[in-house]
Design a protein around this ligand. Structure first.
Ligand code: AMP
Ligand code: MN
Ligand code: MN
Ligand code: MN
Length: 292
């Protein structure tokens, strides 16, 4: 049975495209009633020791986390890794490779936006990037809102930066097989992030789940900030069908922009195996008040 645990195993800090520091996120997660937390920055684990220390200091249990960008059937798919060893050399090297093309891509995005009359976006986006090596579409979106090109980041992604729109640059991320292997060989669990957000046909989605499982993937996000109740129910059924454990995470990025507050999510449907049951040995337990 699922314990009614307020686990939030997906969010972003200034190390990738969030606006809060790992310490600010830990404090906010605690205030929001989260008891088990993971920081999952895009393609980058340099915030992990800060996050784990902040979690311990404010009394949160912690799982290490990352969200790896993968290209599968010409689409970007995100694979969350949980409970891995942050010192694993292959994981560190794989993430470094995955991050590698971001600056060049950002320059091409800016050149494409300049062609439709929007100037200065590389420098503009870079101002928002807490980590210059991790310049992301989110940072461009914030700059386009700041300069009044769009009213909010949702409008930016509707009009720009997505396939077929100005500012979109095709990019090749990691292979699915490699990403799953980096995570699992570092002792962690690979989890398909926000599966309802991809634009796959039924056959392509079947291929994603089948190959993911074949490579050793063990989990899927059933409850996430961007899933409707119907989407969660659909992926609960798919988790059961594929024998995958279920994860839960807000995908919180920032105060004004995120749809979902940290920890403010429905519980996992009861018949599923929560990822944290399989990762029990990997949880960094917060010191009890007597130990602290
Ligand atoms: P990147 O890794 O640079 O391609 O940026 C991807 C990030 O952009 C995601 O992690 C989200 O934070 C944000 N994003 C992508 N698509 C959308 C969208 N349609 N609406 C809002 N944010 C989006
Ligand atoms: Mn993001
Ligand atoms: Mn994602
Ligand atoms: Mn995310």
């Amino acid at each position: 049975m699922n314990a009614p645990l307020n686990a939030d195993l997906h969010c972003h800090s200034v190390v990738s495209d969030g606006t809060l520091t790992p310490e600010e996120l830990a404090a906010r997660a605690k205030t929001q009633g989260v008891t088990l937390w993971a920081l999952t920055d895009h393609d980058e684990i340099s915030g992990q020791s800060r996050a784990a220390a902040a979690a311990a200091a404010c009394g949160l249990d912690y799982l290490t986390g990352v969200e790896i960008s993968v290209t599968f059937l010409q689409q970007t798919v995100h694979i969350v890794g949980l409970g891995f060893d942050v010192n694993n050399a292959d994981l560190i090297e794989g993430l470094q490779q995955t991050r590698g093309g971001r600056s060049q891509r950002a320059r091409e995005m800016a050149a494409d936006l300049a062609r439709v009359g929007i100037q200065g976006t590389f420098e503009g986006a870079l101002k928002y990037a807490g980590n210059p090596k991790l310049i992301s579409r989110t940072h461009f979106a914030r700059f386009l809102v700041e300069t009044g090109v769009c009213k909010d980041t949702y409008e930016v992604f509707r009009k720009y930066l997505t396939e077929g729109k100005p500012g979109f640059v095709e990019h090749r991320w990691a292979n699915l097989k490699d990403a799953v292997r980096w995570i699992t060989q570092a002792g962690g669990m690979a989890v398909i992030a926000h599966p309802a957000r991809y634009k796959f046909s039924a056959n392509e989605e079947l291929a994603l789940f089948t190959e993911f499982k074949g490579h050793g993937g063990q989990g899927v996000e059933v409850v996430t900030g961007s899933h409707s109740a119907a989407e969660s129910a659909n992926y609960a059924a798919i988790a059961l069908e594929f024998g995958l454990a279920a994860s839960r995470g807000s995908d919180f990025h920032s105060l004004g922009e995120s749809r979902t507050e940290l920890g403010a999510l429905p519980d996992l449907p009861g018949q599923l195996t929560p990822v944290w049951e399989l990762l029990a040995q990997r949880i960094h337990h917060a010191p009890t008040p007597a130990q602290a």
